[in-house]
Design a protein around this ligand. Structure first.
Ligand SMILES: Nc1nc2c(c(=O)[nH]1)N[C@H]1C(S)=C(S)[C@@H](COP(=O)(O)OP(=O)(O)OC[C@H]3O[C@@H](n4cnc5c(N)ncnc54)[C@H](O)[C@@H]3O)O[C@H]1N2
Ligand code: MOO
Length: 413
């Protein structure tokens, strides 16, 4: 009698198991430029106010508003110019009524001045200035704290830092911020049939697309990716490659060697490790999976199936959330959107089906078309898609015109 198929682990249970094993990486202060794209691991409170002093918004003359209240073109007010203040120069700290001080944009307004008259309203005089319009109190003065007040909550923990955040942090004088670093993800391709792109191909070999696919996906997810060369289907070669790599890995991702084949060395080598789990997950493509921790530092290891589409989809569903959890980035999983299906699709019972699709949101709604067939070797179709259509495990067909869940690939979230 044939052995019954072991039960498939539901996708959500597998994700839960993975996330329960993965911890956020310890945070530390990083220079601002290193923090781009990283999640803040502290609340940032403004250490100073911005502007930090009253300063001029125009090139012109700092004066007392009362002195120019009656100025007009027919009857200009003439004031002696007692000095000049450029941005970064604060030699003149105070001025008296009845005088004018030349002032440049951004320069500190001297005590006593209540307004700034722009050059355009004057004769631009050097020793004395003729002002032919009145200026109200506070005009063209940017007051202290106008933008940010000392003690304001600027950014909350978990914020993913973009260029505008970094600009603000620098503007308030922060040189470093506490962030969680990028995980180092080591990608190992296994398979004696694999050859490096750029080298000759025999009649029985294929190019190693997966290590590029997975390393690029890891980098796109925010990780530092190390693509290790091809490891043949030999147990000792795999074990050696793995132990060499563990020292620089926060996560190890392997491709190939996890199904039922006679040369499935990944499974064979790692099965001896207590914490590794191997089995089938209720998902297509990407059924054969393995996950656990290995080595002294309990480094998480994902053993993804070798078929390229299976490998990629497995990365999206399982490795991406793990990378994001290490980085402290929420949500962990790529969010789904809704789109109307243009052509019907069928799906096996008991498995979440992830169909390559092309989603277009520019036509007064979102429409999604399946791309190519279901085969998990079809990398051409994978490259031609921009989303994964997700069909739930208990659904066996979806008709054209129905709404489906889609994961838009490559989008930041
Ligand atoms: N008897 C069974 N056979 C298979 C089963 C099963 O349940 N019973 N599952 C199938 C499924 S589903 C998948 S997915 C694959 C997974 O296989 P492995 O993870 O063991 O991967 P390999 O056998 O090494 O390779 C599968 C396929 O992918 C190609 N490959 C592998 N590495 C790369 C790479 N780096 N770049 C490009 N292509 C790669 C490889 O040549 C094979 O064609 O198992 C099924 N079999
Ligand atoms: O799990 Mo496999 O991915 O169906 O080819």
């Amino acid at each position: 009698m044939p052995e019954p198929h072991p039960a498939l682990l539901p996708v959500e249970d597998y994700v839960e198991r993975i996330l329960a094993t993965i911890s956020p990486l310890p945070a530390f202060p990083q220079p601002l430029m290193e923090a781009l794209g990283l999640a803040l691991a502290e609340d940032v409170v403004a250490p100073i106010s911005l502007p930090s002093f009253d300063n001029s918004a125009m090139d012109g003359y700092a004066v007392v508003a009362d002195d120019v209240a009656d100025a007009s073109e027919d009857s200009p007010v003439v004031l002696p110019v007692v000095g000049e203040i450029g941005a970064g120069q604060s030699s003149i700290l105070a001025m008296s009524p009845g005088t004018a001080v030349k002032i440049m944009t951004g320069a500190p307004v001297p005590t006593g001045a209540t307004t700034v008259v722009p050059y355009e309203w004057t004769d631009r005089g050097v020793a004395q200035v003729r002002i032919d319009r009145p200026a109200r109190v506070g005009q063209h003065i940017r007051p202290t704290g106008d933008d940010i007040s000392e003690g304001d909550m600027l950014l909350e923990e978990g914020t993913v830092l973009g260029p505008r955040h970094l600009g603000m942090l620098a503007a308030v004088g922060r040189a470093t911020v506490r962030t969680r670093p990028r995980p180092r993800v080591v990608v190992i391709s296994t398979g004696s049939e694999l050859r490096d792109p750029g080298t000759p191909l025999g009649h029985d070999s294929i190019y190693d697309g997966n290590s590029y696919l997975l390393a690029a996906a890891a980098r796109s997810a925010g990780a530092i990716a190390y693509r290790v060369g091809i490891v043949p289907d030999e147990s000792h070669a795999f074990t050696e490659a793995l132990s060499d790599q563990l020292v620089r890995a926060d996560i190890v991702v392997t491709s190939g060697g996890v199904s039922e084949g006679d040369f499935d060395v990944v499974k064979e080598s790692l099965s001896q490790h207590g914490t590794m789990w191997f089995g089938g997950v209720g998902m297509q493509p990407g059924k054969p999976q393995g996950f656990g921790t290995v080595g002294e530092d309990a480094t998480p290891v994902f053993t993804l199936p070798g078929n390229p589409v299976s490998s990629y989809v497995s990365f999206e569903m399982f490795v991406l959330p793990a990378i994001r959890r290490m980085m402290g980035k929420l949500p962990y999983a790529r969010p789904t959107a809704r789109a109307r299906l243009t052509h019907g699709i069928s799906s096996p019972p008991g498995k979440v089906q992830l169909v390559r699709g092309l989603v277009d949101s520019d036509r007064g709604g979102s429409f999604v078309s399946p791309v190519g067939g279901h085969g998990s070797h079809l990398i051409g179709d994978l490259a031609g898609s921009n989303c994964l259509i997700e069909v739930a495990a208990d659904v066996t067909s979806v008709a054209a015109g129905e709404m489906v869940a889609v994961r838009k690939l490559d989008e930041d979230f």
